[in-house]
Ligand binder design. Structure first.
Ligand code: AMP
Ligand code: MG
Length: 363
């Protein structure tokens, strides 16, 4: 199959492409599209064959369910049943937006879409192209992130093309996405709402609407099952148990204060450069300053700039793109300083830990 790559969606002459994209979905085809978080790989949520195609295109295990994207709150009851009052409160507060809710599924929704589960993940994305596409497709688009399984989620159309060219019918490219990490997933089927995946909507933001919210204990347990204790429960979002976000280079997360981390970073870099390895770092202005002050020649490595310390939005926005750029540059060793697991830092560290596959050094 040839992938039709549509750019400059804001131009009038490309408007009909959206209608066509909707038809492709209605006929069981696949369309990759931008959302405010990352690019999605969409199929008709009510067509089991479409969902099968999504798993195949991504190389995704079929027990890892898809998120159903809607464009009207009133459509929620067509995919979910026994919807608790809090779901509507959360929808009022954060939809359209980067929040996915887990609810009991309607029997009419195919099991293929929900990875065999009796629950469904639903969200309304905050992106004009996504909303127009969902509407044109009939209202229900199942979509995981538009990357090959295991790779960093795509934040630019060109990364979708890199991973999925020849595997999707159309790619709607709207340039760089805004947020950069995937949606927060909150499970509303238990007694207490539980965060299964941290994202842009923080626990603090959820607590403004919910009386209480818990964090899936498996999230604290570390990135990979083989790094965790055997007694720990598996994560409740099936996707969280898989190796994820991994660039080709090896990621190491350094935790500690700037002074200690910069010293450790320098010794690691010196050692790796001596071994002839290509190195890369993701740094704040402050950290970059410290490295230069200590006489390190930054020209010897690949440097990705985060802006000022504490700017977690910049980190979320840039993280997946930086990891992919390191891949393109053939970087073998990647270093990044960890952030506090508070607010958006929880989502950033969750992705970082997974990308690092457990290589976290407390300095
Ligand atoms: P992706 O869109 O690629 O980030 O993948 C969707 C994420 O949502 C994966 O981590 C899935 O495991 C998770 N997910 C989807 N449906 C459910 C569900 N019914 N219960 C728990 N997690 C889900
Ligand atoms: Mg994904």
């Amino acid at each position: 199959m040839e992938t039709e790559w549509i750019r400059n969606l804001e131009n009038e002459e490309n408007k009909p492409a959206l209608e066509r994209a909707g038809q492709i979905l209605q006929q069981g085809g696949l369309v990759a599209f931008p959302t405010e978080t990352v690019y999605g790989l969409g199929g008709d949520a009510f067509n089991p064959e479409s969902s099968r195609k999504i798993y195949e295109a991504k190389g995704r295990p079929s027990d890892n369910p898809l998120i159903v994207h809607i464009c009207r709150i009133s459509d929620l009851e067509k995919v979910a049943r026994d919807i608790p009052e809090v779901a509507y409160k959360l929808a009022d507060a954060y939809w359209p937006g980067p929040l996915t809710m887990i609810l009991s599924k309607q029997p009419s929704l195919p099991k293929e879409t929900t990875g065999g589960l009796e629950t469904v993940a639903v969200r309304m994305p905050d992106h004009p192209v996504a909303l127009a596409l969902i509407d044109a497709a009939g209202g229900f688009v199942a979509a995981p992130s538009a990357n090959t399984s295991g790779r960093p989620s795509p934040t630019l159309g060109k990364y979708v093309y890199e991973d999925l060219a020849g595997r999707v019918d159309m790619l709607l490219d709207a340039g760089q996405v805004g947020i950069g990490v995937e949606s927060t997933i909150v499970d509303l089927t238990g007694d207490v709402p539980m965060i299964l995946r941290p994202g842009y909507v923080t626990p603090e933001m959820l607590e403004e609407v919910l009386r209480k919210v818990e964090l899936d204990p498996a999230l604290a347990a570390g990135p990979l099952p083989d790094h965790g204790e055997k007694t720990l429960p598996p994560p409740k979002a099936p996707g969280m148990k898989y190796k994820h976000y991994a660039p080709k280079g090896e990621v190491t997360v350094l935790e500690g204060d700037n002074d200690k981390v910069s010293k450790r970073l320098l010794s690691e870099l010196d050692e790796q450069l001596l071994l002839g390895r290509k190195c890369g770092i993701i740094v704040t202005e402050e950290m970059e300053h410290l490295l230069v002050e200590r006489g390190f020649d930054l020209a010897k490595i690949s440097v990705k700039h985060l802006g000022r310390e504490g700017d977690l939005e910049a980190m979320a926005h840039g993280l997946f793109q930086f990891l992919r750029e390191f891949d393109d540059e053939g970087v073998e060793k990647i270093y990044v300083k960890g952030v506090d697991e508070k607010g958006l830092g929880l989502a950033v560290m969750n992705r970082l830990k997974k990308a690092a596959g457990g290589k976290i050094i407390e300095v």
